[in-house]
Design a protein around this ligand. Structure first.
Ligand SMILES: [Zn+2]
Length: 255
Protein backbone atom coordinates (compact mmCIF):
# COMPACT_ATOMS: atom_id res chain seq x y z
CA UNK A 1 0.00 0.00 0.00
CA UNK A 2 1.34 3.37 -0.98
CA UNK A 3 -0.03 5.14 2.11
CA UNK A 4 1.39 2.51 4.41
CA UNK A 5 4.75 2.81 2.71
CA UNK A 6 4.78 6.61 2.95
CA UNK A 7 3.71 6.43 6.59
CA UNK A 8 6.55 4.08 7.34
CA UNK A 9 8.93 6.25 5.34
CA UNK A 10 7.77 9.35 7.18
CA UNK A 11 8.46 7.97 10.62
CA UNK A 12 11.93 7.21 9.38
CA UNK A 13 12.40 10.80 8.25
CA UNK A 14 14.53 13.09 10.36
CA UNK A 15 13.39 16.63 11.12
CA UNK A 16 16.05 17.85 8.73
CA UNK A 17 14.63 15.70 5.93
CA UNK A 18 11.14 16.97 6.68
CA UNK A 19 12.35 20.58 6.58
CA UNK A 20 14.04 19.90 3.25
CA UNK A 21 10.85 18.29 1.94
CA UNK A 22 8.80 21.29 3.06
CA UNK A 23 11.30 23.62 1.43
CA UNK A 24 11.10 21.63 -1.83
CA UNK A 25 7.33 21.57 -1.63
CA UNK A 26 7.34 25.35 -1.29
CA UNK A 27 9.64 25.73 -4.33
CA UNK A 28 7.37 23.58 -6.47
CA UNK A 29 4.21 25.33 -5.27
CA UNK A 30 5.80 28.75 -5.93
CA UNK A 31 6.63 27.64 -9.49
CA UNK A 32 3.01 26.59 -9.99
CA UNK A 33 1.86 29.97 -8.63
CA UNK A 34 4.15 31.73 -11.10
CA UNK A 35 2.78 29.76 -14.06
CA UNK A 36 -0.81 30.47 -13.03
CA UNK A 37 -0.09 34.19 -12.66
CA UNK A 38 1.60 34.31 -16.07
CA UNK A 39 -1.20 32.40 -17.76
CA UNK A 40 -3.71 34.69 -16.09
CA UNK A 41 -2.15 37.69 -17.85
CA UNK A 42 -1.90 36.17 -21.33
CA UNK A 43 -5.55 36.57 -22.32
CA UNK A 44 -5.29 40.25 -21.39
CA UNK A 45 -2.66 40.80 -24.10
CA UNK A 46 -4.96 39.27 -26.70
CA UNK A 47 -7.82 41.35 -25.32
CA UNK A 48 -5.74 44.53 -25.78
CA UNK A 49 -5.14 43.71 -29.46
CA UNK A 50 -8.80 42.86 -29.99
CA UNK A 51 -9.78 46.19 -28.43
CA UNK A 52 -7.36 48.04 -30.71
CA UNK A 53 -8.78 46.31 -33.80
CA UNK A 54 -12.30 47.11 -32.67
CA UNK A 55 -11.30 50.77 -32.34
CA UNK A 56 -9.79 50.75 -35.83
CA UNK A 57 -12.90 49.06 -37.24
CA UNK A 58 -15.04 51.80 -35.71
CA UNK A 59 -12.79 54.44 -37.26
CA UNK A 60 -13.05 52.67 -40.61
CA UNK A 61 -16.82 52.60 -40.30
CA UNK A 62 -16.88 56.34 -39.61
CA UNK A 63 -14.62 57.03 -42.59
CA UNK A 64 -16.77 54.91 -44.89
CA UNK A 65 -19.83 56.83 -43.72
CA UNK A 66 -18.08 60.16 -44.37
CA UNK A 67 -17.04 58.99 -47.85
CA UNK A 68 -20.62 57.95 -48.60
CA UNK A 69 -21.88 61.35 -47.41
CA UNK A 70 -19.41 63.14 -49.70
CA UNK A 71 -20.43 60.98 -52.67
CA UNK A 72 -24.08 61.74 -51.92
CA UNK A 73 -23.30 65.46 -51.65
CA UNK A 74 -21.50 65.43 -55.01
CA UNK A 75 -24.44 63.61 -56.61
CA UNK A 76 -26.82 66.18 -55.07
CA UNK A 77 -24.82 69.06 -56.54
CA UNK A 78 -24.76 67.35 -59.97
CA UNK A 79 -28.56 67.08 -59.82
CA UNK A 80 -28.81 70.77 -58.91
CA UNK A 81 -26.69 71.61 -61.98
CA UNK A 82 -28.99 69.50 -64.14
CA UNK A 83 -32.07 71.26 -62.78
CA UNK A 84 -30.49 74.67 -63.27
CA UNK A 85 -29.68 73.71 -66.89
CA UNK A 86 -33.30 72.76 -67.48
CA UNK A 87 -34.49 76.06 -66.01
CA UNK A 88 -32.06 78.02 -68.20
CA UNK A 89 -33.39 76.19 -71.30
CA UNK A 90 -36.94 76.93 -70.17
CA UNK A 91 -36.19 80.65 -69.69
CA UNK A 92 -34.47 80.80 -73.10
CA UNK A 93 -37.61 79.43 -74.70
CA UNK A 94 -39.77 81.89 -72.79
CA UNK A 95 -37.57 84.80 -73.88
CA UNK A 96 -38.59 84.26 -77.51
CA UNK A 97 -42.21 84.77 -76.52
CA UNK A 98 -41.93 87.89 -74.36
CA UNK A 99 -44.26 90.82 -74.81
CA UNK A 100 -41.90 93.53 -73.56
CA UNK A 101 -38.33 94.35 -72.47
CA UNK A 102 -39.22 94.17 -68.79
CA UNK A 103 -40.20 90.49 -69.15
CA UNK A 104 -37.09 89.81 -71.23
CA UNK A 105 -34.82 91.42 -68.61
CA UNK A 106 -36.56 89.58 -65.80
CA UNK A 107 -35.92 86.23 -67.54
CA UNK A 108 -32.30 87.28 -68.22
CA UNK A 109 -31.87 87.90 -64.49
CA UNK A 110 -33.33 84.47 -63.65
CA UNK A 111 -30.95 82.84 -66.13
CA UNK A 112 -28.02 84.72 -64.69
CA UNK A 113 -29.02 83.56 -61.20
CA UNK A 114 -29.15 79.93 -62.39
CA UNK A 115 -25.73 80.26 -64.06
CA UNK A 116 -24.31 81.52 -60.76
CA UNK A 117 -25.96 78.53 -59.01
CA UNK A 118 -24.23 76.19 -61.47
CA UNK A 119 -20.87 77.86 -60.81
CA UNK A 120 -21.39 77.55 -57.08
CA UNK A 121 -22.32 73.87 -57.45
CA UNK A 122 -19.20 73.22 -59.53
CA UNK A 123 -17.07 74.91 -56.90
CA UNK A 124 -18.67 72.72 -54.20
CA UNK A 125 -18.11 69.57 -56.27
CA UNK A 126 -14.44 70.47 -56.59
CA UNK A 127 -14.14 70.91 -52.82
CA UNK A 128 -16.03 67.69 -52.06
CA UNK A 129 -13.92 65.76 -54.59
CA UNK A 130 -10.74 67.02 -52.98
CA UNK A 131 -12.02 66.07 -49.51
CA UNK A 132 -13.15 62.70 -50.83
CA UNK A 133 -9.70 61.98 -52.20
CA UNK A 134 -7.96 62.64 -48.88
CA UNK A 135 -10.59 60.64 -46.94
CA UNK A 136 -10.10 57.73 -49.31
CA UNK A 137 -6.36 57.87 -48.73
CA UNK A 138 -6.85 57.79 -44.94
CA UNK A 139 -9.36 54.95 -45.33
CA UNK A 140 -6.93 52.96 -47.47
CA UNK A 141 -4.10 53.30 -44.96
CA UNK A 142 -6.48 52.50 -42.08
CA UNK A 143 -7.63 49.42 -43.91
CA UNK A 144 -4.01 48.36 -44.30
CA UNK A 145 -3.41 49.00 -40.58
CA UNK A 146 -6.43 46.87 -39.61
CA UNK A 147 -5.15 44.07 -41.84
CA UNK A 148 -1.72 44.28 -40.22
CA UNK A 149 -3.19 44.29 -36.71
CA UNK A 150 -5.40 41.32 -37.53
CA UNK A 151 -2.29 39.50 -38.69
CA UNK A 152 -0.59 40.43 -35.40
CA UNK A 153 -3.60 39.18 -33.47
CA UNK A 154 -3.63 35.82 -35.26
CA UNK A 155 0.07 35.36 -34.59
CA UNK A 156 -0.32 36.41 -30.96
CA UNK A 157 -3.27 34.10 -30.40
CA UNK A 158 -1.34 31.20 -31.85
CA UNK A 159 1.70 32.06 -29.76
CA UNK A 160 -0.39 32.33 -26.62
CA UNK A 161 -2.14 29.03 -27.33
CA UNK A 162 1.26 27.42 -27.55
CA UNK A 163 2.45 29.04 -24.32
CA UNK A 164 -0.74 28.02 -22.55
CA UNK A 165 -0.26 24.48 -23.82
CA UNK A 166 3.34 24.42 -22.70
CA UNK A 167 2.64 25.88 -19.26
CA UNK A 168 -0.17 23.38 -18.79
CA UNK A 169 2.25 20.53 -19.38
CA UNK A 170 4.74 22.13 -17.00
CA UNK A 171 2.03 22.77 -14.43
CA UNK A 172 0.90 19.14 -14.55
CA UNK A 173 4.47 17.98 -14.10
CA UNK A 174 4.96 20.29 -11.11
CA UNK A 175 1.66 19.25 -9.56
CA UNK A 176 2.69 15.61 -9.78
CA UNK A 177 6.01 16.50 -8.17
CA UNK A 178 4.22 18.46 -5.43
CA UNK A 179 2.01 15.45 -4.70
CA UNK A 180 5.03 13.19 -4.45
CA UNK A 181 6.83 15.49 -2.02
CA UNK A 182 3.64 16.04 -0.01
CA UNK A 183 3.26 12.27 0.36
CA UNK A 184 6.62 12.17 2.12
CA UNK A 185 5.56 14.51 4.93
CA UNK A 186 2.89 13.83 7.55
CA UNK A 187 -0.73 14.77 7.06
CA UNK A 188 -0.42 17.19 10.00
CA UNK A 189 2.47 19.01 8.30
CA UNK A 190 0.64 19.05 4.96
CA UNK A 191 -2.39 20.66 6.61
CA UNK A 192 -0.19 23.20 8.40
CA UNK A 193 1.65 23.97 5.16
CA UNK A 194 -1.62 24.57 3.29
CA UNK A 195 -3.04 26.69 6.10
CA UNK A 196 0.02 28.94 6.38
CA UNK A 197 0.24 29.23 2.59
CA UNK A 198 -3.39 30.27 2.21
CA UNK A 199 -2.94 32.95 4.88
CA UNK A 200 0.29 34.31 3.43
CA UNK A 201 -0.06 37.16 0.96
CA UNK A 202 2.58 35.80 -1.44
CA UNK A 203 1.71 32.12 -1.00
CA UNK A 204 4.89 31.43 0.95
CA UNK A 205 4.55 28.97 3.84
CA UNK A 206 8.23 28.08 4.04
CA UNK A 207 10.83 30.84 3.96
CA UNK A 208 14.56 31.05 4.49
CA UNK A 209 16.37 33.28 6.94
CA UNK A 210 17.78 36.16 4.90
CA UNK A 211 20.16 38.75 6.44
CA UNK A 212 19.15 37.76 10.00
CA UNK A 213 15.47 38.26 9.15
CA UNK A 214 12.42 36.18 8.23
CA UNK A 215 12.25 35.90 4.43
CA UNK A 216 8.46 36.23 4.61
CA UNK A 217 7.80 39.23 6.86
CA UNK A 218 11.38 40.58 7.19
CA UNK A 219 11.26 40.80 10.97
CA UNK A 220 14.63 40.27 12.68
CA UNK A 221 15.31 36.84 14.16
CA UNK A 222 17.45 36.69 17.33
CA UNK A 223 20.85 34.91 16.97
CA UNK A 224 19.90 32.05 19.31
CA UNK A 225 16.77 31.32 17.29
CA UNK A 226 18.78 31.43 14.08
CA UNK A 227 21.12 28.81 15.54
CA UNK A 228 18.12 26.65 16.43
CA UNK A 229 16.84 26.98 12.88
CA UNK A 230 20.26 26.14 11.42
CA UNK A 231 20.56 23.04 13.62
CA UNK A 232 17.48 21.61 11.85
CA UNK A 233 16.45 19.68 14.95
CA UNK A 234 12.87 20.93 15.10
CA UNK A 235 10.35 22.77 12.98
CA UNK A 236 10.41 26.46 13.92
CA UNK A 237 7.87 29.03 12.78
CA UNK A 238 8.31 32.81 12.62
CA UNK A 239 6.82 34.35 15.76
CA UNK A 240 5.54 37.31 13.72
CA UNK A 241 4.03 35.75 10.59
CA UNK A 242 3.79 32.06 11.48
CA UNK A 243 5.74 30.89 8.40
CA UNK A 244 8.01 27.85 8.71
CA UNK A 245 11.62 29.01 8.85
CA UNK A 246 14.56 27.19 7.29
CA UNK A 247 18.19 28.23 7.04
CA UNK A 248 19.19 29.64 3.66
CA UNK A 249 21.74 26.85 3.10
CA UNK A 250 18.97 24.24 2.81
CA UNK A 251 17.94 25.62 -0.58
CA UNK A 252 21.40 25.14 -2.06
CA UNK A 253 21.48 21.46 -1.19
CA UNK A 254 20.01 20.00 -4.35
CA UNK A 255 19.72 16.27 -4.27
ZN1 LIG B 1 8.00 36.11 9.52
Amino acid sequence: MATKNSKAKETEMTVEERLKALYDLQSVESSIDKIRTLRGELPLEVQDLEDEIEGLDTRMGNLDAEIKNLNDAILGKKNEIKEAGLLIKKYEAQQSNVRNNREFDSLSKEMEFQRLEVELCEKRIKEFTFELKSKKEVADSSRQLVEDRKGDLDAKKKELDEIVGETQTEEERLMKKSEEIAKSVSERLQVAFKRIRSNARNGLAVVTVERDACGGCFNKIPPQRQMDIASRKKIIVCEYCGRILVDSAIGGEEK
